[in-house]
Write a protein that binds this ligand. Structure first.
Ligand code: CFM
Ligand code: HCA
Length: 528
């Protein structure tokens, strides 16, 4: 495998080879260290699957908040292409407000780029207030806004005073940072500064926030259903089917559980410093990992009744799905998968695939950082570069009113041995030797690795799935779930197993003959 990987990369011109070779690792547990290069710029001209900073801020972290009216300040395309495509579902309770189905934009034109867009932004806010009467408006700017220098912070301050509502400005221009990741950080900073900690409500005995669960295809609802059965008070979900109102109370919960580490670890860490909350890294994807996550949460509280109730619910839930899981496992057993997704699912889905007997032979992230691959222990060794310094890293202090510590130092040590307390071990440790770990996989490499590994399933997104189709390999979108889902929790696992079994048994894949199985289409050498 190592040789084949080298041969694939050696086809690149020298400068590209030098860059890309550090983004690819063949897992080898005998090696002293295996360091991957991540969160750096894509080589210009390479067909990457990454998105932009605005996508990470507006699309990912803020987008799912039902009661925040988001205005995209920029040309219409940015707003349009972030309109509903991510499938973060939402449902209102009673007479709540829900802006999820809307897409508001200032629709900047050439003239605005020349003369400035502030006037148009103020007008858009004014109209939005008149029509929708929101309690919160969020302004997200796209590339040209940063280039022409509109002062969206001043515009937000003006609107906040003028209309007496919360107006937050996000300078999340697409070009900031090297991927969506910078946008997550920008959104996290503002939620900590302006939203979390502003509310007041009584919380239950076992209360928690779920961080990094975005309710794609209804995942969050399945997780909530199970947690509520056990008896948890879910104070807020960040941010799937979430609200600014719920987030304002997040500081009052007892514990933070983190599903997607990449997009929200900043809030986990900042809440730890500011309010004393511990966070536990969980994984709601996969039957065994869901059960383990529930056990870990119960262990944190350490209450016998809660632990017993957790076991009872796990037993009931698993017995309900075990026949179906076995049926689909019989179909899927022995197959292999390649996974390439944003910054956490390439890890999470390995567990669910394992539940149905499918082995992961390649996994990679579009925009994960080294800690998402190698574990948080490498964070002190990650060197900041110009791009990462471009994203503000804010310092928070213990809150004089709300800071509290939940565990004794002895209990922390004890728990650290069994659960991921304030820690994430990353994706690589659990992977088998010989499997490929790859950062910012591109079009060429996708084609080549499909040829080399011949996986039965390629899990990725809308941009790369067609490469897989052309290669005659079943593709499954792990971002949008191909309009299916939920895939989280126990019932979600059955949906996933069913969809994978259906895909694998679809005869159409055998009807496609990829070009390389016939004649070589091009002959020649690459100019260096
Ligand atoms: Fe987290 Fe996500 Fe993901 Fe992500 Fe995304 Fe997404 Fe994703 Mo698409 S927050 S890192 S920025 S789990 S939108 S819900 S599917 S790339 S792997
Ligand atoms: C984003 C959103 C995305 C894109 C999915 C895809 C999502 O990164 O801006 O490329 O298929 O999940 O909707 O990740």
């Amino acid at each position: 495998i190592k040789q084949k990987v080298s041969k694939t990369l050696e086809q690149y011109p020298a400068a590209v080879f030098k860059n890309r070779k550090d983004h690819v690792i063949v897992k080898d547990s005998e090696a002293d260290v295996q360091i991957i290069t991540a969160n750096t710029r894509t080589v210009p001209g390479i067909i990457t699957n990454r998105g932009c900073c605005y996508a990470g801020c507006k699309g990912v972290v803020l987008g799912p908040l039902r009661d925040a009216l988001i205005i995209t300040h920029g040309p219409i395309g940015c707003g349009y292409y972030s309109w509903g495509t991510r499938r973060h579902k939402g449902r209102i309770d009673g007479d709540e407000k829900n802006y999820l189905s809307y897409c508001l934009s200032t629709d900047l034109q050439e003239g605005d780029i020349v003369f400035g867009g502030d006037k148009k932004l103020k007008q858009a806010i004014t109209e939005a207030v008149e029509i929708f009467h929101p309690e919160t408006i969020m302004i997200c700017s796209t590339c040209p806004v940063g280039l022409i220098g509109d002062d969206i912070n001043a515009d937000a301050a003006w609107a906040q005073k003028e209309f007496g509502i919360k107006v937050l400005a996000f300078s999340c221009e697409g070009y900031k940072g090297v991927s969506q990741s910078g946008g997550h950080h920008i959104a996290n900073n503002s939620l900590i500064k302006h939203v979390i900690g502003t509310g007041e409500r009584a919380v239950g005995k076992y209360s928690l926030n779920i961080l990094g669960e975005y309710n794609i295809g209804g995942d969050g609802w399945e997780v909530e259903r199970i947690m509520k059965r056990i008896g948890y008070d879910i104070v807020s979900v960040m941010t799937g089917n979430g609200t600014v109102r719920d987030l304002s109370n997040a500081h009052l919960a007892h514990l933070n559980v983190v599903q997607c580490h990449r997009s929200i670890n900043y809030i986990g860490e900042m809440m730890n410093t500011k309010y004393g909350h511990d966070w536990i890294k969980v994984n709601f994807i996969g039957v065994q990992s869901m059960a383990k996550s529930l056990r870990d949460i119960a262990a944190y509280f350490g209450d016998k009744d809660l632990i017993d109730r957790t076991e009872e619910v796990i037993a009931e839930e698993i017995s309900e799905i075990s026949d179906a899981m076995e049926y689909f496992r019989n179909i899927c057993q022995g197959k292999t998968a390649a996974l390439f997704v944003g910054g956490s699912r390439a890890h999470h889905y390995q567990m669910l695939l394992k539940d149905i007997g499918v082995e992961t032979v390649l996994a990679g992230y579009e925009f994960g950082h080294r800690d998402d691959y190698e574990g948080r222990e490498v964070i002190p060794t990650i060197k900041a570069d110009g791009d990462s310094k471009n994203i503000e890293s804010i310092e928070v202090e213990p809150d004089s009113k709300y800071y509290r510590v939940f565990l004794s130092p002895e209990r922390v040590i004890e728990l650290k041995n069994t659960i991921n307390l304030n820690d994430y071990p990353g994706m690589m440790k659990g992977m088998s030797d010989g499997s490929i770990v790859i950062d910012d996989l591109n079009h060429y490499e996708t084609e080549e690795f499909l040829k080399i590994l011949k996986p039965d399933i390629f899990c990725s997104g809308i941009k790369d799935k067609y490469i897989s189709h052309k290669a005659g390999v079943f593709s499954k979108q792990l971002h949008s779930y191909d309009y299916s889902g939920p895939y989280a929790g126990f019932k979600g696992a059955v949906n996933f197993a069913r969809d994978i079994a259906m895909g694998l048994t679809t005869p159409s894949w055998k009807l496609i003959t990829p070009p390389w199985k016939k004649e070589p289409m091009l002959e020649g050498t690459m100019a260096v």
